[in-house]
Ligand binder design. Structure first.
Ligand code: ZN
Length: 376
């Protein structure tokens, strides 16, 4: 370790998260007689390898282990409808499914509850000050799960439930989400769409998944109008474009909104070699975005940051992206990097392109015209 941690960083992990069984599914290609069976994209491998690199790097021993809290229906109902919760719980201890691409294995309902418990426990530890920040390496992911329907490999809306829990039980008055998974955080958005006490920000590939979702015009409704910020980015955005969007939109919005805690639904599928995204981020990008969030969190909410793990489907790159984020959160430097890091840095168009700048400037101008938007 080149620099030992300066922050107390909580870490939620349990091997049981990896036992959420998504096998028996043919990936995004619909099964037919000519599709050879393959493992589901949302399989344990990429996530388990993040945890393993943390161990091998020596960082894991410096993180504060956090155990998942027990979860009852009350917590699930903080954001989900009784009909949806009952429909999922009825599939306990049997093979089931949330939707066509979101299978449930025998133990998946119990594991999904434990993922919620992990997000709540991380949030509790950060809010009560026993750690400075936390990373919850959860499965199944949560950010596509809406109040009354799950989708996109997500069962319960982990980060949204933890946020609602912080508002109800942990003394938070306002919460914020910065979702940088390459897919739109439609579930988190839907859970707080009319709630002015939650600022939901999502950076994602424009009109990718779910389709017809995540547009800039979707700014919230009713009391919550103005507190949903969608930053749809065109495919091919890299380090420069994301950092520009951070500087122009994400950070000023957080600074103006002044939340008591910031949640980061954290996907690594905006990474350059991810099979389910068409973006170009790499280790330096995730590190830089984490640093900027830590700086603004220090300014507005005593550094309180909770990362909940979402997508990221390349088992070769995800461990290094995870290490980059978590060592930054901990203020540590392991000195360990992917042997391919220089290749990723050297890809053309990683710097901000003019057409990307124009697009992001137009988004900012739009948000500045929206009533009750923190950027107005
Ligand atoms: Zn994703």
């Amino acid at each position: 370790m080149k620099k030992t941690p300066t922050y107390k960083t909580g870490f939620v992990w349990h091997e049981i998260y990896m036992w959420h069984d998504t096998s028996g599914f043919c990936g995004s290609d619909r099964a037919n007689a000519y599709v050879q069976p393959e493992s589901h994209y949302e399989s344990p491998e990429a996530k388990r390898r993040i945890r393993n690199l943390l161990e091998v790097s020596g960082l894991l021993g410096h993180l504060q282990p956090i155990e998942a809290a027990a979860v009852s229906e009350d917590e699930l109902l903080l954001v989900h409808s009784p009909e949806y919760v009952n429909g999922i719980l009825a599939q306990r201890q049997r093979l089931g499914q949330v939707d066509d691409e979101t299978p449930l294995g025998i133990a998946s309902v119990d594991i999904a509850e434990r993922a919620v418990g992990g997000a709540i426990a991380a949030t509790t530890a950060v809010m009560n000050g026993s750690v400075n920040n936390a990373y919850a390496l959860l499965r199944p992911p949560g950010h596509h799960a809406e109040p009354d329907r799950g989708m996109g490999f997500c069962v319960f809306s982990n980060a949204a439930i933890a946020g609602a829990y912080a508002l109800k039980h942990l003394g938070a008055k306002r919460i914020a989400f910065v979702d940088w998974d390459v897919h739109h955080g439609n579930g988190t958005e839907a859970c707080f769409y009319d709630n002015p006490n939650a600022l939901t920000i999502s950076l994602h590939q424009d009109d990718w998944f779910p389709r017809n979702s995540g547009f800039k015009e979707h700014v919230g409704q009713g009391q919550g109008a103005g507190t949903n910020i969608n930053i749809p980015l065109m495919p091919g955005c890299g380090h420069g474009a994301y950092l520009y969007a951070f500087e122009q939109i994400v950070i000023p919005a957080l600074r103006a909104y002044i939340p008591d805690i910031i949640f980061v639904p954290c996907g690594f599928d905006a990474g350059i070699e991810d099979p389910l995204g068409r973006m170009m981020l790499f280790e330096d990008s995730y590190k830089a975005m984490t640093e900027r969030l830590m700086t603004v969190a220090d300014e507005v909410c005593q550094g309180r940051l909770v990362f909940t793990h979402e997508g990221g489907y390349n088992p070769k790159t995800a461990p290094f992206l995870g290490l980059a984020v978590i060592e930054t959160l901990a203020g540590a430097k392991t000195g360990i990097q992917s042997p391919n890091l220089d290749l990723r840095r050297d890809v053309g168009c990683q710097t901000l392109q003019d057409y990307q700048r124009q697009h992001i400037d137009q988004l900012l101008a739009y948000f500045q015209s929206v009533d009750n938007c923190p950027l107005n």
